[in-house]
Design a binder for this molecule. Structure first.
Ligand code: HEM
Length: 444
């Protein structure tokens, strides 16, 4: 079977180009080879990128029985565990997903907004005029705390700090520990494998302690954090989640939701700072209690700077995709970057224009920063609420100045597309207290 055309350069070179300049590389291939193209990269095998909205819609909503997404994530299993919704496929995946979805539905997320604002207010209060910040780092600290409080339901400062230290030691370890079984091998005291194991054991102990405390909490029935809801959840057979399943999903939500949301927020600040007219409009609309532009800023940020470059599905049987008969074993990538930069869908696609989302909105298969179908991101509503609330708190309070003349180049960091220098800014001044707009229930 013929595969769609694509770069003939050696696979390692493709990966190198992609890792150094993911946006420009993907768009260059798209321009040269069209809406469906094949790329070989070491460790990823043969991948077919898809940039056509109808083909992406079909992949997300058509027959799913010959598509696997968990398999490709299996390299994360040593940390996330075998029950993680990210690494499962088929009926096991659906069982975990059905249990996990309700706590993240829009109405629940409204309750998280207060937590997010509280964490954001304390963070921004520490930004002193004359100081310098690496925004991605500040946002990583913030999103970690939001997950601790909203998802794990842990609010006591010392417990949050214990989790930050113990879980952070694992998730901040080199991604090589996930990729290489040899590196993880315990070769005795002081070796990298032993140290990694010790960090994992300590992180697990901290999580199991929280699970145990919550199982026995007197107020379990009335609590609204995700862990408490999961402890009360039952599947179709009336079965609840085991401690092991809960541990794996808590780790998964942290792994999938902390770095990604922090990066999205760093990009949002960066794009606003380099587009003063948009920033001024956001300030004015927030002062007037208007939310539409804030939501548009979040959507436009995730369009122009998607944190994940593509969704991924492995074919277990031959399948026709965008008119190509693809063989089993091929990985198909609904291209998030590709579709969100199409000039026919988004005029002047490289410009930051939040107003495009206040006017028309977008077809749901042209705006896909959270993927789609039965694998769509579980935390999408939480992530967009978090981005909106942090901007709502920070933008009226402080004036920041970017330390670099141009936006950071976008590079690959782990599995995310991230600003190379983390968005470095100076704190210019604190703004006079603005009228705080009323709490909103809107979701982006
Ligand atoms: C801006 C922030 C985020 C972005 C850009 C993002 C993006 C994504 C993408 C692209 C996928 C794959 C979807 C697919 O294959 O179709 C995904 C899956 C997932 N995300 Fe997110 N995510 C974000 C935040 C979060 C948060 C806050 C959480 C939870 C607290 C979360 C939990 C998950 C989980 C559990 C999955 C796996 C779903 C499944 O396999 O069924 N994510 N995310």
């Amino acid at each position: 079977m013929a595969l769609p055309p694509g770069p003939r350069t050696p696979a390692p070179l493709n990966l190198l180009r992609f890792a150094r300049r993911p946006l420009a590389t993907l768009q260059g291939w798209h321009a040269r080879y069209g809406d469906t193209f094949t790329v070989k990269m070491p460790g990823f095998g043969v991948g077919v990128y898809v940039a056509d909205p109808d083909a992406i819609r079909e992949l997300f909503t058509g027959d799913q029985s010959d598509l696997r997404a968990g398999e490709a994530n299996s390299f994360m299993e040593p940390v996330l565990g075998p029950h993680s919704v990210l690494v499962l496929d088929g009926s096991e995946h659906l069982r975990q997903r059905k249990l996990l979805l309700p706590p993240f539905q829009g109405s629940r997320v409204t309750a998280f907004r207060e937590v997010i604002r509280d964490v954001a207010e304390r963070e921004v209060a520490r930004w002193r005029p004359g100081g310098e910040l690496v925004l991605r780092e500040r946002m990583r600290a913030l999103t970690f705390e939001v997950i601790c409080r909203a998802v794990f339901g842990v609010t006591e400062p010392d417990r949050v700090e214990t989790l930050r230290a113990k879980l952070g030691a694992v998730i901040d370890s080199s991604p090589l520990f996930m990729l290489s079984g040899a590196l993880r091998k315990d070769l005795g005291p002081g070796t990298p494998g032993r140290r990694f194991r010790e960090r994992l054991v300590a992180a697990d102990a901290a999580l199991y302690e929280e699970i145990d405390r919550r199982r026995h909490a007197e107020d379990l029935e009335s609590r609204s954090d995700v862990l408490s809801l999961l402890l009360r959840a039952r599947d179709e057979d009336g079965r609840g989640m085991s401690d092991r399943e809960l541990r794996d999903e808590l780790f998964t939500m942290l792994g999938a939701g902390h770095e990604t949301t922090a990066t999205g927020l760093a990009f949002a600040f960066e794009l606003l700072l380099h587009n003063p007219a948009a920033l001024a409009r956001l300030r004015a609309e927030l002062a007037g209690g208007e939310d539409a532009y804030l939501e548009a800023v979040v959507r436009e940020t995730l369009r122009l700077r998607p944190v994940i470059d593509a969704a991924e599905r492995t074919l277990t049987k031959p399948r026709t995709v965008a008119g190509w008969e693809l063989p089993a074993g091929v990985k198909v990538y609904p291209g998030i970057v590709l579709i969100q930069h199409r000039a026919d869908l988004y005029p002047h696609p490289h410009e930051f224009r939040p107003e495009r989302f206040t006017e028309d909105g977008a077809d749901s298969y042209s705006w896909i920063p959270f993927g789609g179908g039965i694998r769509r991101c579980i935390g999408a509503a939480l992530a967009t609420a978090e981005m909106a609330e942090v901007l709502r708190v920070a933008v009226p309070l402080v004036e920041l100045r970017p330390l670099r003349a141009a936006p950071d180049p976008v590079v690959l960091r782990g599995i995310t597309l991230a600003p190379k220098h983390g968005v470095r800014v100076a704190v210019e001044r604190r703004l006079p207290a603005a009228t705080r707009p009323a709490t909103t229930t809107a979701t982006v």
